[in-house]
Design a protein around this ligand. Structure first.
Ligand code: GUN
Length: 280
């Protein structure tokens, strides 16, 4: 029987710590707002954006919402980002992804000042993380490190297999585990003998983006399994990349979906916002 890693509880602890920190910063006259930009009305994005605004309200930091129509041009969006870069009170800028196809996401990410890049997506933030310099960490991978540490999972010296190589999760995840002195293997959809490789992992981090793809044959007895996937099944119920009921009896610890990695992303976004306010 695995220990269930409770992301809801751990994220709540982090948000409560941040709430205290934000109040003490405010007492020193340090305040600031998170600007959240959404282009179009993708329903999943609308839920994420609402959750981010609610988290700001809970922590006690201001949020500014920019809800732009689907037809917004790249130039208009870049102009807004440039304006927000200059606004003293705005300490964080978040452009919700995905953007409509006519807007180049990389161009928009690169337009955000690295000082306000609370998503940690700017190449300067990624570069700083890679060489261990200070900067904003990508929220989902940073949240997974917190989940592991706060669940007393030892990372140093362990073999960690990360399945997935996206810029948002897989790549930064592998780098952060390396920074914690794990031995890291990055696997992906073209990896040969994926199950055999995964079975060597002490810590298996699954961000493959395929519903219920990882079953018992991928998991070593006693491994720690982190499921980054979030999907809706045919009954509209949430599920991850891992077949939870099949893997849970083998693992020593596992994250559920929902209530595992998901809530940690927003907690770490709030952590980056508070850090930005602190740094002024
Ligand atoms: N879309 C899905 N996840 C994220 C995220 O972490 N940040 C932003 N900006 N957009 C997203």
């Amino acid at each position: 029987m695995a220990k269930i890693i409770d992301g809801k509880k751990i994220s709540q602890e982090i948000k409560d710590e941040l709430k205290e920190k934000a109040a003490s910063l405010q007492a020193q006259g340090k305040t600031g707002a998170l600007a959240v930009i959404q282009v179009g009305e993708d329903p999943a994005s609308s839920v994420y954006v609402r959750n981010k605004k609610n988290a700001c309200a809970y922590i006690g930091i201001d949020s500014l919402a920019y809800e732009l129509p689907e037809e917004t041009t790249e130039e208009e969006l870049l102009r807004l980002v440039a304006e927000l870069n200059e606004k003293e009170q705005v300490k964080g800028i978040l452009v919700q992804l995905p953007l409509p196809a006519h807007i180049c996401e990389d161009k928009v990410i690169q337009a955000i000042s690295p000082k306000k890049d609370v998503d940690g997506f700017h190449p300067q933030s990624v570069g700083a993380m890679t060489i261990g310099e200070p900067g904003f960490l990508s929220c989902t991978p940073a949240g997974i490190i917190q989940l592991l540490k706060r669940s007393q999972v030892e990372i140093e010296g362990k073999h960690c297999v990360v399945i997935g190589r996206s810029n948002i999760v897989g790549k930064p995840m592998a780098l952060l585990m390396l920074r914690e002195n794990a031995t890291v293997t990055i696997a992906h959809s073209r990896t040969r003998n994926l199950a055999e490789l995964c079975k060597q992992a002490d810590i298996l981090i699954v961000a493959i983006g395929k519903p219920r793809f990882i079953g018992a044959e991928y998991v070593k007895e006693g491994a720690v399994v982190i499921d980054v996937g979030i999907h809706r099944n045919e009954n509209n119920k949430l599920c991850g990349d891992v077949r939870f009921e099949e893997v849970e009896p083998i693992a020593s610890a596992i994250t559920p979906v929902p209530g595992g990695v998901g809530p940690m992303t927003i907690a770490m976004l709030m952590s980056n916002c508070v850090q930005s306010i602190e740094e002024g």
